[in-house]
Write a protein of this length. Structure first.
Length: 289
């Protein structure tokens, strides 16, 4: 089985959608300083709609951007059963973009470590990330581009809020813990529904992320369903939530590590002296009883 020729729709509707997505990607790159002159950007391709769209947008911007940068498409073949290993190499060869396919059997590791019926995505993601960081170092990559979109960022926020007790999402730009790699998410401003429309019209050769078995009970799936319902009832709500992640009022939250609540007295404007408190012999109450 060979991959179908690369499809490039020409309708006005498609061109308008393409231009809008490209503008959103360009704005995210500019707002967060994602790509600088001389960068070598590794585009991580899974075979899903998001990473295909990401590569398309970066290739388009590469031809008109105010800076020069290289692209390297990288796919990790994790040796899942029935993985169509020919699809991405054939597609990328047609595009003419430099690429590398890395073969590493992380699938067997996940199968051995995770009990049957449990969620495999967490460990799978960590193993995949480790391999991609290694490849980035081998290839002299300066930026690692992932295909997470606006909805992914919002879903991650609620996953951490509901299940981790933390106000934390996916940042559009990230320095890894070892300070060796910078990860960027150029689709951060793009809604998933628009990416899905674009992918359908481009007829990307999609490789489903269900090769390792159905994961319908994932917490992320439940969050996605919740946000879909919210958006149906109040259109624009997801976009509003995302904008809130960009406008954080530290003093209006409750994290003493983030904001100096202890130091507020020193910042207060001078006022008339308050009345003397009544004398008392009672011992002061401790703050924690």
């Amino acid at each position: 089985m060979t991959t179908a020729p690369v499809t490039r729709p020409t309708s006005k509707t498609f061109k308008k959608l393409q231009a809008w997505l490209r503008s959103q990607v360009g704005k995210a790159i500019e707002d967060y300083g994602m790509i600088q002159d001389g960068d070598k950007v590794m585009v991580c391709l899974s075979g899903g709609k998001d990473s295909y769209t990401l590569l398309d947008m970066l290739m388009s911007l590469q031809r008109r951007a105010p800076v020069q940068f290289e692209l390297l498409a990288v796919n990790l073949d994790q040796k899942q059963p029935n993985f169509p290993a020919h699809v991405l190499p054939e597609y990328l060869s047609q595009l003419g973009v430099p690429f590398r396919v890395v073969e590493q059997d992380t699938y067997s590791v996940v199968q051995r470590v995770i009990p049957a019926g449990k969620t495999m995505c967490g460990l799978c993601s960590r193993l995949r990330r480790g391999v991609l960081y290694r490849v980035a170092a081998e290839e002299g990559v300066t930026k690692i581009a992932l295909g997470h979109h606006r909805d992914d960022l919002v879903e991650t926020f609620f996953l951490n809020l509901f299940h981790g007790g933390r106000m934390k999402a996916m940042p559009p730009k990230l320095l890894t813990d070892d300070r060796r790699h910078i990860v960027i998410r150029p689709l951060a401003y793009c809604p998933e529904k628009d990416i899905a429309r674009y992918a359908r019209q481009r007829q990307f050769p999609i490789i489903p992320c269900t090769l390792c078995g159905s994961q319908d009970n994932l917490q992320r799936v439940q969050i996605k369903q919740m946000l879909t319902q919210w958006e149906r009832e109040s259109p624009g709500r997801v976009d509003s939530i995302f904008r809130s992640l960009q406008h954080v009022s530290e003093s209006q939250l409750a994290d003493p590590q983030l904001f100096d609540f202890q130091g507020l007295e020193a910042l207060r404007s001078p006022q008339t002296a308050p009345a003397e408190p009544p004398e008392t012999d009672a011992a002061p109450l401790p703050w924690e009883l």
